[in-house]
Design a protein around this ligand. Structure first.
Ligand code: DAH
Length: 359
């Protein structure tokens, strides 16, 4: 609008009879034009209309040429002054308006919500057994245990011999374990394999908790997998007894299942590296009278355990006449399956996002 108006203005040859009147009109025109300015572009249009080659000022100058010298002396400086005034006013306006326009643009950018258009992203979560392992580690750290690690590619000595499992023992049969090409090496079948490593060169008290992967050559089904996670715990000191073992087991099971009144019971069990060997069951965390989780028995089998066999202590360089200890082992997936009602162990390393996402 404004542009068209000023373009038109520049084309009008002033109908005024004398320069004084014409000058007067242009001064008024200037005031009106400047008042109407709203944008940088308007400033430019007004500048062209007044100070451009064919603008009002140029027009006035043309008229001035024909005047007598004494009138030139009066109107010449007035026209120049008018031109300077217009330039200055327009410069000042341009400065303010451009600042305002920048501020407006910035404000618009600030209000732009960069999160509104993002792609739906997949958020990573801690794997369910990592969560359980971390919870367990925290319980054992609070009881003064060290957290230790052991190699998954292990030698037969640490996986079997040091644990009182001699060469002829059926657990060592080739069909049951993944033997490596390197002689005497296999993928460990149990985290109990860290025991000898943790005892050698140490003087009791020794207390550690050691989670990690184990491998067994077996057909997979809902409750068996060739790769799963176990944790081994051990305490050696003077006068360690079964009651220490039971108190420890009950404490950490209560914490893991978040149930302060969780109880345990003990049944005899056989493991070559403990004597006596004990199976520890927990009272079902979900019922009092029997449910599908505990198969209506009210109890859930959770731990293999016992007092460390004297042969195992000897292999670890510890005198069984001075020291005694307990050890226990558990399946991490089994704990997770019970705690969260998961019915297939194979889901744990299936990479199924829908499954993993839930925890
Ligand atoms: N290593 C045993 C297994 O894989 C679990 C176990 C049983 C660990 C008795 C122990 C223990 O420390 O005393 O089934």
């Amino acid at each position: 609008m404004l542009k068209a108006y000023y373009n038109a203005l520049t084309k009008i040859k002033s109908p005024m009879k004398n320069l004084a009147q014409h000058l007067e009109t242009i001064v008024q025109e200037k005031t009106t034009a400047i008042k109407a300015i709203q944008s940088c572009q308007d400033v430019e249009n007004v500048r062209i209309a007044f100070c451009g080659r064919k603008g009002h000022i140029a027009h006035l100058m043309e008229q001035l040429k024909d005047l007598p010298i004494d009138e030139k002396k009066i109107y010449g400086p007035r026209i120049n002054q008018l031109k300077t005034d217009i330039q200055q006013e327009l410069d000042a306006l341009l400065h303010t308006i451009s600042q305002e326009e920048i501020a407006k643009k910035n404000a618009q950018q600030k209000n732009f919500d960069v999160t509104a258009y993002r792609l739906k992203e997949l958020k990573g979560t801690t794997h369910i057994y990592t969560q359980i392992i971390e919870d367990l580690e925290n319980v054992f750290i609070s009881m003064g245990y060290d957290i230790i690690d052991g190699p998954e590619a292990e030698n037969e000595y640490n996986n079997f011999e040091a644990l009182n499992i001699p060469a002829h023992h059926p657990a060592r049969e080739e069909e049951d374990s993944f033997y490596l090409k390197m002689p005497g090496m296999l993928l460990r079948t149990q985290t109990s394999s860290v025991q000898a490593r943790a005892m050698k060169g140490k003087t009791p008290p020794i207390a550690f908790f050691s989670p990690g992967r184990v491998y067994r050559k077996e057909a997979t089904d809902q409750t068996h997998d060739f790769l799963f996670t176990q944790a081994e715990g051990l305490l050696i000191n003077k006068d360690v007894s079964v009651s220490n073992l039971l108190a420890t087991a009950r404490t950490f099971l209560q914490k893991i299942f978040e149930k302060d009144d969780l109880n345990i019971r003990v049944r005899p069990g056989y493991f070559p590296f403990v004597e006596p060997g004990l199976e520890i069951d927990a009272s079902c965390p979900f019922c009092t009278q029997g449910c599908s989780v505990c198969k209506r028995t009210g109890w859930i089998e959770l731990l293999g355990s016992g007092l460390i066999h004297p042969n195992v202590l000897k292999e670890g360089g510890i005198d069984p006449t001075i020291y005694s200890g307990f050890a226990f082992g558990m399946g991490i997936e089994r704990i997770a399956m019970i705690k969260y009602g998961i019915n297939d162990i194979r889901l744990f390393h299936s990479s199924k996002i829908n499954f993993l996402d839930q925890f």
